[in-house]
Design a protein around this ligand. Structure first.
Ligand SMILES: NC(=O)c1ccc[n+]([C@@H]2O[C@H](COP(=O)([O-])OP(=O)(O)OC[C@H]3O[C@@H](n4cnc5c(N)ncnc54)[C@H](O)[C@@H]3O)[C@@H](O)[C@H]2O)c1
Length: 260
């Protein structure tokens, strides 16, 4: 396993202990990284309690990714208190429930803009602010969470799929844009996992069953599996890997037909 001693990491998207970002945070801390965690206002208590269980007294900072001033404050503090940045984890997504559950053709303009702002533009906003903190350290690694609904139609994923398509394109364009600064940008396209956000997606239970029936490995994955891949993507072993979307879904994405 990689060793992150002397590295600094900034993590967006912990809501509770089931969040995809949480085991990534735990593993980075266990391997010696100095951390800054951010929280959306309503998650503060949860995030502070979780942060208190980590070694090394991580920074815990408020951030609504829709607010430029919040993002500015987070990156300023990370620059001052951690002295620079090596790793950034983007594990943030949102679409208004009505737009997520309703017909795609009935998506509201406001819902579309909110979903794209929180779930995709936020990565661009973070990339801009990460560059001056990562470049002096020889570069860095940015990892964002995505889902197959960006590439294929997954009924029930709806507006989120459109937002994830924008996120995946942003990963590729940022990889090109930030590459000369030594910054790598990759995505993990994970299969379904039980988290707070996943509850908003229709028929999530059917998705678990389908993976067990159809995916080549016939099993679902866990947040812990995502963390292992995220740590690899952040490590020196992945030094020439950028602009990629890695599927972590027991092979489900290669299938053309469901059950027969
Ligand atoms: N759970 C799954 O099945 C699954 C599968 C593939 C990809 N993902 C992706 O993983 C990522 C994390 O989701 P999760 O499943 O861990 O759910 P989660 O609810 O635990 O995490 C989502 C996070 O987004 C944050 N967030 C939403 N709006 C925000 C805002 N305006 N400002 C700051 N933070 C905001 C929430 O506070 C929360 O911490 C998301 O990008 C999600 O799409 C999840």
């Amino acid at each position: 396993m990689a060793n992150f001693e002397g590295k600094t990491a900034l993590i967006f998207g912990i809501a509770n202990h089931n969040s995809v970002a949480w085991p990534i945070t735990q593993k980075l801390a266990e391997q010696g990284a100095r951390l800054a965690l951010t929280y959306q206002e309503r998650m503060e208590q949860n995030v502070r309690k979780l942060a208190a269980t980590l070694p090394g007294s991580p920074l815990v900072l408020p951030c609504d990714v829709q607010k430029d001033e919040d993002l500015d404050a987070v990156f300023d503090t990370v620059g001052k208190d951690l002295g620079g940045l090596d790793i950034l984890i983007h594990s943030v997504a949102y679409a208004p429930t009505d737009d997520l559950r309703g017909r795609v053709s009935h998506s509201s303009r406001a819902g579309f803009l909110t979903a794209l702002d929180i779930s995709a533009y936020s990565l661009i906003a973070m990339g801009k602010r990460a560059e001056p903190l990562m470049q002096p350290r020889g570069g860095g690694s940015i990892v964002a969470m995505t889902y197959l609904g960006a590439e294929r139609v997954v009924p029930g994923y709806n507006l989120m799929g459109i937002a994830k398509a924008a996120l995946e394109a942003s990963i590729r364009y940022l990889a090109w844009d930030l590459g000369p600064a030594g910054i790598r940008v990759n995505g993990i396209s994970a299969g379904p996992m039980r988290t707070l956000s996943a509850r908003g997606v229709g028929n999530i239970n059917d998705m678990f069953t389908l993976i067990e029936q159809v995916a080549p490995l016939r099993r679902n994955m866990s947040q812990d599996d995502v963390a292992d891949l995220a740590l690899f993507l952040c490590s020196e072993q992945a030094r020439n890997l950028t602009g990629s979307i890695e599927h972590l879904d027991s092979g489900f994405h290669i299938m053309g037909l469901g059950t027969m």
